[in-house]
Design a protein around this ligand. Structure first.
Ligand SMILES: Cc1cc2nc3c(=O)[nH]c(=O)nc-3n(C[C@H](O)[C@H](O)[C@H](O)COP(=O)(O)OP(=O)(O)OC[C@H]3O[C@@H](n4cnc5c(N)ncnc54)[C@H](O)[C@@H]3O)c2cc1C
Length: 597
């Protein structure tokens, strides 16, 4: 079984040394979230992740969630770990204080979440959407609904779901058919079929609060006619206790490629009683609060699985001996050298390291914008952070999860045949991470969101905001000779990206296919630009720390060497995306649907 070691030193580096989280919270009036506080929370979370959650990961994959006549049964250990998660207060960490939460901002929930997801993504998914549901209800529900439901969602005693997808309505939610009939008492009866509902039914908590998209009888067609409803699995009695069954049933559990421990449910709503959240026909807008939060979390899932795979590959490469390395680095008294001595294996391990550490900074950076957008005292700063978060969200969701596919695949490759057979457990990381490229809006849809809605939809303003931050970094570091090897290529790529953004906007104005045909290459190009920025930031910290003197020379020297590897070996991929992007939609649309074969 794979062991998991929480990468606390790496998280400290990203959070404190690169992103200055304590200063960030001080600016938001939360000086109580100092480094000491954050580190003690992270240490506790690391222990919980390593000791309680991680041992459930591989058995959870083997046994999976099961639908029985008594309902959905989660794999061995899931329920107990969840109960400890609630009892120890982890579920309430980021919940609003007004409803019994500990009021820690969501951005800091990211690093804590990384540890728990690395330990067992399927297990973490039972609480994952609850946090998003809390945010949505806090913002859009009536005071009465908040009082009834938020305290137990915040504590984790109840969990939340997000019920959007129907057989005919996946990406295109405008096609959804679930109906909501108004009742004389102000409630609604919700009827319809939802599919692929994460944690739609399970045994880890006594009640499940479904947030369901449905149509009112007089609703206009398409996305303008969708409303949001809160539908509990069990209706509450006059004491607010979950008492009576509502008309909601899990009719099927999906058999999946990965995340076997997570119950993915087909749900039947059969005149289930629900209450409207937000205004009639404004359900999709309300749901976006939940979806945007969940999208950053999906990016975090990619990071967490990639870290897990990286740890396994590194440990195996130090252990496995095959062949002689060209330089013969290992002991000659052994019949063969460690595979870590072969340059090609080093290339694979460094690719994993460079992607994981770079994406950690990028993902945490996105999370911190969430806090700034919500809590910064200055309205202008809040609006700026909101825009930065808006442009970073599809990048974190799609770039980081695509990166995780490559990293978890490399993890298998480093193990050779052992990686493909199940015993080592590394193929689970790839299977579990694959879904992250699909749910919460496929990565193709994230790319459309980035280019179409965010960049072009803001008239280029959001791109200028991101470009401005990277440009300012380049200017601030232009005078430092040791940084030239990073700043010069970063500034060059920024210029190319800015020009490409303008060109694609011009082409999109002439050709309606241009946005969709260019979007994925644009997102990848932007992702590499952001990662180059993150690696330059890390290199700057490492250079400054080494100059000041440190007893961790090896750690910081490794950061600079990894930054060099990223710039030399991975960043050139950005140019391929730039070329593809600049070639336009013509070749993509040249064949008719029939000619595709
Ligand atoms: C394990 C799992 C858990 C899930 N959990 C939940 C959940 O909790 N709640 C929930 O509501 N849903 C959930 N989903 C559903 C998930 O969000 C959808 O599968 C996803 O949004 C894609 O929808 P679809 O499967 O219908 O694919 P489709 O929409 O049919 O897409 C098929 C392909 O076409 C592309 N495509 C579609 N439209 C366009 C377009 N306009 N432009 C360009 N390309 C396009 C897509 O990118 C994709 O490649 C889950 C799914 C799975 C498998």
């Amino acid at each position: 079984m794979q062991t998991y070691n929480a990468p606390l030193r790496e998280i400290h580096f990203a959070l404190h040394e690169v992103l200055h989280a304590a200063h960030h919270y001080e600016e938001l009036g939360r000086a109580d979230l100092d480094r000491e506080f954050m580190d003690s929370v992270l240490e506790g979370a690391a222990r919980f992740a390593e000791e309680v959650v991680a041992p459930t990961n591989q058995p959870g994959d083997e046994v999976g969630a099961r639908l029985t006549p008594d309902g959905v049964v989660t794999p061995p250990g899931f329920r107990e770990a969840y109960q400890q998660f609630v009892a120890d207060g982890w579920a309430a960490l980021c919940g609003p204080e007004q409803f019994g939460g500990q009021g820690v901002p969501e951005g800091f929930g990211g690093p804590v979440g990384e540890l728990l997801v690395s330990a067992n993504q399927s297990w973490k998914m039972y609480s994952g959407l609850t946090d998003s549901a809390v945010l949505c209800l806090e913002k859009h529900a009536s005071a009465a609904l908040k009082d009834l439901y938020l305290p137990r969602l915040v504590s984790g005693e109840w969990t939340g779901t997000m019920c959007l997808t129907e057989p005919q309505a996946g990406t295109d939610l405008g096609l959804l058919k679930t109906r909501a009939e108004p009742q004389a008492d102000g409630s609604f009866l919700v009827t319809g079929e939802k599919i692929y509902i994460t944690s739609g039914e399970h045994d880890v908590a006594e009640n499940i609060i479904h947030l369901v998209l449905a149509r009112l009888p007089d609703a206009p067609p398409g996305t303008r006619g969708i409303s949001l409803f809160l539908v509990p699995k069990r209706l509450l009695n006059s004491d607010g206790e979950a008492a009576v069954s509502n008309g909601v049933r899990c009719t099927r559990l999906e058999e999946k490629m990965g995340i076997h421990g997570s119950a993915t449910c087909a749900m039947s709503f059969e005149g289930a009683r629900g209450w409207m959240v937000g205004e009639p026909n404004a359900g999709l807008r309300c749901m976006f609060v939940m979806m945007n939060h969940a999208r950053l979390w999906v990016g975090l899932q990619g990071l967490a699985q990639a870290e897990r795979s990286r740890q396994a590959a590194l440990s195996y490469a130090r252990d496995r001996r095959q062949g002689r390395a060209a330089r013969g680095n290992s002991a000659r008294d052994q019949a063969a050298d460690q595979i870590i001595d072969h340059p090609d294996v080093r290339r694979m391990l460094l690719t994993q390291k460079a992607f994981v550490e770079g994406c950690r900074v990028l993902t945490f950076l996105g999370g911190l914008q969430m806090d700034k957008a919500r809590y910064h005292p200055d309205e202008k700063e809040r609006a700026r952070a909101e825009d930065l978060l808006a442009i970073l969200t599809p990048i974190v969701k799609a770039f980081v999860t695509d990166m995780a596919m490559e990293v978890t695949s490399i993890g298998i490759q480093v193990h050779g045949g052992c990686g493909y057979v199940r015993d080592t457990g590394v193929e689970q990381f790839l299977r579990d991470t694959r879904i992250a490229c699909i749910y919460e809006g496929t990565n193709g849809i994230q790319a459309l969101d980035l280019l179409g809605r965010k960049v072009l939809g803001s008239g280029g303003q959001m791109a200028r905001l991101l470009g401005g931050l990277i440009g300012a970094f380049c200017q601030n570091h232009a005078g430092y000779e040791e940084m030239t090897e990073f700043v010069a290529p970063l500034a060059g790529l920024l210029k190319e990206w800015s020009e490409a953004t303008e060109q694609v906007a011009e082409r999109a104005a002439r050709d309606p296919d241009e946005v969709s045909a260019s979007a994925v290459d644009y997102l990848q190009l932007t992702g590499y630009l952001c990662l180059a920025w993150c690696w330059a930031k890390m290199a700057a910290v490492a250079i400054a720390t080494l100059r000041q003197g440190t007893d961790e020379r090896s750690f910081y020297e490794a950061k600079i060497a990894t930054a060099r590897f990223f710039y030399a070996r991975l960043l050139p991929r950005a140019e391929a995306h730039l070329d593809a992007l600049q070639s336009g939609a013509g070749t993509v649309m040249a064949l008719s649907a029939e000619q595709l074969g």
